[in-house]
Design a protein around this ligand. Sequence first.
Ligand SMILES: *Cc1c(COP(=O)(O)O)cnc(C)c1O
Length: 388
Amino acid sequence: MNNKTNVTTTGADPRLAGGRLTIDLDALIANWQLLAEKSKPAETSAVVKADAYGLGIVHVVPALWQAGCRSFFVALAEEGLRVKAVAPDARVFVLNGFFEGAFPAYEQSDLIPVLGSPHEIELWERANSGRPEPLPFALNVDTGMNRLGLTVDEALAYAARPGAPAPVLLITHLATADDTAHALTAKQFESFQKLRAAFKGIQSSIANSPGVFHTLHTGFDLSRPGVAMYGGEPLSGVANPMRPVVTVKARIVQIRNGRKGETVGYGATATLERDTRIAICSVGYADGYLRSASGSGVPLRNTVAKGGEGFIAGQKVPVIGRVTMDLTSFDVTDLPEEAAKPGDFIELIGANIALDEAARAAGTIGYEMLTSLGNRYHRRYLYSGKRS
Ligand SMILES: *Cc1c(COP(=O)(O)O)cnc(C)c1O
């Protein structure tokens, strides 16, 4: 570890905020480097849509650029502009379609659309007709996800069309790569191999985070990891090789003593089975600590029976009752009295409560947890690299 870690703070004043969010950019870079190592000899890009999965394009992209990342994927052109503002020489691909009226932004800011339907291709070609040289674009082909992309037949027809401008990149997206046993992944790899043959000499890209760890991921030119870079687990049910990037801590507002037989929270869904010390913490679903992580009273949660847990003074403590908009209650009865006081912090996500563990307790996935964190936190970015 470099001992000259710089700390940049943004968001709410730490003295006034209910929660603290720490983002370890060194860990994020180490994760990207591990993914880059696994992707070799392919180039490794970074998917930074949804404001870098909620962690902040402004902080994440310059660190990635410094580490050698040169290609970025965003969902929206508007996000692409924000990437360009901090990494002007980056190659920025925009995934979510191309629309009438958007061309000047692509032209001025050198964004690359990922075209995914004959309609988008037509719009793009028309927009380019006034230019001596058409601008670069990528093509997305659907090989089994049924989301965005040309059908395989449409892509083959495009490749065969005389004089059709060549894309700079051909991509497809995997639907099931996180599930190592799913048969669809191999099928998608196979269809994509056929397409590559029709688009000879064109760069190709298939792997998301789980795809990078897939044995079939060889011979492609560019990988596109997102969640694993941010510390999420790439493969479900397999030990997570990535370093945790995000720590979320919530401030304890009050410690209260509930009596056996009393209830806690909205709907009175938790009945105390013993006299209980309850830590009331200043983070709730408005901060992305999802209501479905409630200790009780969420009938629709069906992935795991128990709700979220916090970590304080070396121990895990369960959420009691429902998570509310601004507050969440934890049972701290088993801690020494001085271990949890008003003003102390309980970890909700971090080194002791893995992102995916917190997500599972809320019946969801790390992706949703990350992108929901919101803007009420005091944010600290740890980084020992050079600021570009
Ligand atoms: C979001 C996305 C990725 C990144 O997926 P992760 O599972 O987060 O690694 C890659 N490619 C496309 C097309 C995407 O939409």
